[in-house]
Design a binder for this molecule. Structure first.
Ligand SMILES: NC(=O)c1ccc[n+]([C@@H]2O[C@H](COP(=O)([O-])OP(=O)(O)OC[C@H]3O[C@@H](n4cnc5c(N)ncnc54)[C@H](O)[C@@H]3O)[C@@H](O)[C@H]2O)c1
Length: 353
């Protein structure tokens, strides 16, 4: 079992969990961290006992020569960040979601991966949550509900902030099925704070057609039906699976309810971020080392992240074309930009009325 040396790029709030889980991963060591804001770098060195700190990513790569890089920045320069790592001979990068925003970015990342052989892992860590990774949900969906005919998947974040987690779990629960077509509508563009990076329509409602005539209504909208009392938008993850023999309803923080014909009461399983977030991130990270050791492929390997991105960006192509589109999506950066400009103009007009 090799020991892997890691560099953390970006010492913001999200990076705390990336760094903290290292205390329970014996064969990975966080040897350096890097942030443009020196005080953040220092804080991470102090809090997590990281020996070296940098404010220049390329210098950090050159001096540290890490095996693994955690890219925990806003999704503004993913291609450059990943290319620098590949050029420095890094074996695996863990890229925070979303791994891409514009259509060309996913193509560029794939080229880097193919040319370098570097693993590109997207940080949709919920796949490693105890509630999900033991396969209970997938097994109920596959084996207990009969013929699945309808799924509702929803989140209160936009399609590039919480959409990646929601689509990622949907594909996991459907046995890595990928949509065949999508018809979506969407509106509103916000260009401040978080949304300035997680660029996507603020309100998006998509109907996806999956194999075997399965319809999925996928809702990314602050007004999406949510869990009463749940305040943070990132905790609003919902799934409702309807099959010919039963139903499964699942929320991020309250658990799942599964009822089949003939069952007097639903079976309830608990779930919470508090009980799963940290352990999920630890096991997600440890699985990177396992994959590098030649063990199990990582559940969030590049092709999985790419399938998630393609499904999400396909919905934006459908909004742009104003019709149902078939996959593979063929959306371009120019069309993506035009769609944003149209939506901004429509929004300004609505506000002026
Ligand atoms: N997987 C999850 O559950 C989850 C949860 C929250 C956030 N996220 C994602 O994590 C990412 C980061 O979120 P955050 O809230 O920590 O962001 P943040 O903006 O607060 O922190 C990012 C840090 O990266 C630094 N940085 C940016 N470019 C740099 C460069 N070239 N060199 C050095 N440092 C650089 C910034 O100075 C900043 O301190 C986002 O993509 C977000 O969507 C994921």
């Amino acid at each position: 079992m090799a020991t892997y040396r890691s560099l953390l790029l970006g010492c913001g709030p999200r990076a705390t969990e990336h760094a903290d889980v290292y205390r329970e991963i014996p064969n990975m060591e966080m040897v350096a961290c890097c942030d443009l804001q020196k005080e953040r770098t220092q804080q991470f060195m102090d809090n997590y006992g990281i020996p070296e700190g940098f404010d220049d990513y390329e210098a950090a790569l050159n001096q540290v020569q890490p095996d693994v890089v955690h890219i925990v920045t806003q999704p503004a320069r993913r291609e450059w960040e990943v290319q620098c790592a590949a050029d420095a001979g890094v074996k695996a990068v863990i890229v925070e979601k979303p791994m891409a925003i514009m259509p060309s970015e996913i193509i560029a990342l794939e080229k880097i991966q193919q040319a370098s052989g570097m693993e590109i892992i997207v940080n949709c860590q919920r796949r490693y949550f105890p509630q999900f990774r033991d396969g209970v949900i997938r097994q109920i969906v596959e084996e207990e509900l009969g013929d699945l005919y309808f799924v509702r998947a929803s989140t209160k974040g936009n399609s590039m902030s919480m959409g990646p987690h929601t689509m990622d779990l949907l594909m996991l629960f459907l046995g890595e099925a990928q949509p065949e077509s999508v018809w979506a509508m969407g509106y509103d563009i916000v260009e401040e704070s978080y949304q300035a990076y997680h660029r996507s329509p603020e309100r998006l409602l998509a109907e996806y057609w999956f194999p075997n005539d399965l319809r999925v209504v996928f809702d990314c909208d602050a007004d999406a039906l949510g869990t009463p009392g749940e305040e943070s938008f990132w905790m609003h993850l919902h799934f409702d699976f309807l099959g010919s023999k039963g139903r499964l309803y699942l929320t991020q923080n309250q658990g799942y309810w599964y009822q089949k014909h003939g069952m007097a009461e639903p079976i309830h399983g608990e779930s919470s971020w508090t009980n799963q977030g940290w352990a999920g991130q630890r096991d997600f990270t440890a699985a990177v080392a396992e994959a590098l050791d030649g063990g199990k492929p990582h559940l969030n390997r590049f092709e999985v992240g790419k399938a998630v991105f393609n499904a999400l960006i396909g919905a934006q192509q459908s909004i742009y074309e104003k019709c149902r589109i078939d996959f593979p999506q063929t959306f371009t950066d120019e069309q993506w930009t035009e769609l944003r400009e149209q939506m901004k103009a429509e929004m300004a007009q609505r506000q002026a009325e």
